[in-house]
Design a binder for this molecule. Structure first.
Ligand code: G3P
Ligand code: MG
Length: 236
């Protein structure tokens, strides 16, 4: 089961900041997830469409200038990072799942990833996801080397068929809706199942028992120690 640090390691540091990404890497997360918005040609790393919850700013992200956003405190003195800064920090030490929050982001993210692939990053270090399936379809259309993940929070009548139609690598299901039927259907369609957001130790064990392929977690340490204890059956 793959451990994906949600917004870095947001249980330990301000979400979607370089501090949070560094913490996830320090804890040993093999993958990290971040959320991005396009602003004046930059991809800024933040979750909400408004600034109030995670910064000392206010208003919608998309109505701000890039230079204004960079003056804000995103927690513990951290700036809102750019995707480029996150990639520089990760520096191929982990895979990165980039979640697109707005329509019109695909071309920007493809450009950033292509620049890295040109400098010899492995394309499989990237996974681009969105609840907006038109956006990830556009990513695949622009460059079919880039894997896409289809986000969902529900159980469609035809289970994971929508993700197969997208030629997705993975389907990212909410913990509220994950079921054995959904997982089996996705696996039969050759899709990985990654579940968000899995923080409680009981849920970590439950997801593992269900056979999901990965979990997004605010606490990579919890998932990694569960996996370690599983591979080492000696009493602790
Ligand atoms: O990508 C998994 C998860 O992050 C999706 O939901 O709202 O946390 O971006 P959200
Ligand atoms: Mg996200």
């Amino acid at each position: 089961m793959l451990c994906i640090g949600h917004r870095g390691a947001m249980g330990h540091a301000p979400e979607n900041t370089l501090k949070s990404i560094a913490k996830a890497l320090e804890l040993g997360a093999p993958w990290v997830e971040v959320d991005v918005y396009p602003v004046e040609g930059h991809l800024v790393v933040i979750h909400d469409n408004r600034l109030e919850r995670t910064t000392n700013g206010s208003g919608y992200v998309w109505e701000k200038t890039f230079s204004y956003l960079r003056t804000l405190d995103a927690g513990q003195g951290e700036k809102i990072p750019t995707l480029e800064e996150v990639l520089d920090l990760v520096s191929e030490r982990a895979g990165i799942n980039i979640e697109l929050k707005l329509p019109g982001t695909a071309a920007w993210v493809v450009k950033v990833i292509q620049d890295r692939i040109r400098t010899h990053w492995d394309a499989n270090n990237f996974l681009v996801s969105s609840f907006n399936h038109h956006e990830i379809a556009a990513v695949r259309q622009l460059d079919d080397r880039i894997r896409i993940g289809a986000l969902i929070a529900g159980i469609p009548l035809e289970y994971a068929l929508f993700a197969q139609k997208l030629a997705a690598y993975s389907v990212h299901q909410s913990i509220e809706f994950v079921s054995r039927e959904f997982i089996t259907d996705a696996h039969d369609r050759n899709l990985k199942v990654f579940v968000y957001t899995v923080n409680h130790p009981e849920d970590i064990a439950r997801m593992d028992a269900l056979g999901v392929d990965g979990v997004f977690t605010n606490y990579p340490d919890r998932v990694l120690s569960f996996l370690e204890s599983k591979s080492d059956p000696r009493p602790r």
